[in-house]
Design a binder for this molecule. Structure first.
Ligand code: KIV
Length: 276
């Protein structure tokens, strides 16, 4: 039955970055899902997830774009504001969009401060390792918690050319191990590992003291994240091996819409009890 596996920290009034670090120490798995709007964020929070990621995957699932590259700071702040109004318990992490932190740590700090002040989110997430550590350190110096993101980094799609598994070759794996250490030393409170070999994710998760959250990175990360629309079966044109679908909302929603159209056209809806 769903919803029976409760962790010691499931009753935490509000999840903080410290809760996540305690969970890693206690060996309790961390749950994370994306959300981008008020109504679904409310349900996700009610379902007991520990972290809600306002992901720049909004570009794909909310806006219908092919990549996350076009997302702006304003888009991310808007989605995070909608989520923040809905959430009582989960830690809200907001993705910093492409172009808002790379290359200039002063701009990175300015962008992170805007996200925190205007959205009410609790932390930011940035993609990359050594290349962006200066930006990460500057954001952290302002007291803003930072989550890292290594492995497949979708904002760099035009550099890599594909969304296939990363760090399969020794050199790339060695860089990922070094980058994870750099992010830990810089002060990140957690790191997402996206689409990397399970053995590598296990090795790094054991070697660093901050929590690792996997998506396509095997079962030995300290937590797992999925894109909400994928796990609910709203998006069905995306079926990577790592995705488990918990609902088939595409068929349920289109079925409900078809039934509604039929009922209106036949005069069945509204009936006398549904009228004033
Ligand atoms: O934007 C997003 O949804 C993400 C997750 C895939 C981790 O970054």
């Amino acid at each position: 039955m769903w919803g029976t596996q409760m962790s010691v920290h499931a009753n935490a009034k509000k999840v903080t970055t410290h809760t996540l670090q305690e969970m890693k120490r206690a060996g309790e798995k961390i749950t994370m899902l994306t959300a981008y709007d008020y109504s679904l964020a409310k349900l996700v929070d009610r379902g007991g997830v520990d972290v809600i990621l306002v992901g720049d995957s909004a570009s794909n699932v909310m806006a219908g774009r092919d990549t996350t590259v076009p997302m702006s700071l304003e888009h991310m702040i808007y989605h995070a504001q909608c989520v923040e109004r809905a959430v009582d318990r989960a830690l809200i992490v907001v993705d910093m969009p492409f172009g808002s932190y790379q290359g200039n740590s002063a701009i990175a700090l300015e962008s992170a401060i805007r996200i925190m002040k205007e959205s009410g989110g609790h932390a930011v997430k940035l993609e990359g390792g050594s290349e962006i550590v200066e930006s990460i350190s500057r954001i952290l110096s302002a007291g803003i918690p930072v989550m890292g993101h290594l492995g497949l980094t979708p904002q760099s799609i035009y550099k890599f050319g594909t969304y296939t598994v990363r760090a399969k070759q020794e050199a790339e794996a060695a860089k990922l191990i070094a980058d994870a250490k750099i992010l830990e030393d810089a002060g990140c409170f957690a790191i997402v590992f996206e689409k990397i070999p399970a053995d590598l994710a296990k090795q790094v998760s054991e070697a660093i003291s901050i929590p690792t959250i996997g998506i396509g990175a095997g079962s030995d990360c300290d937590g797992q994240v999925l894109v909400l629309h994928d796990m609910l079966g709203i998006t069905t044109d995306f079926s990577p091996r790592f995705l488990r679908r918990y609902l088939d909302l595409e068929n349920q929603i289109t079925g409900a819409v078809e039934q509604y159209c039929q009922d209106v056209r036949s005069g069945d809806f509204p009936n006398s009890e549904e009228s004033y």
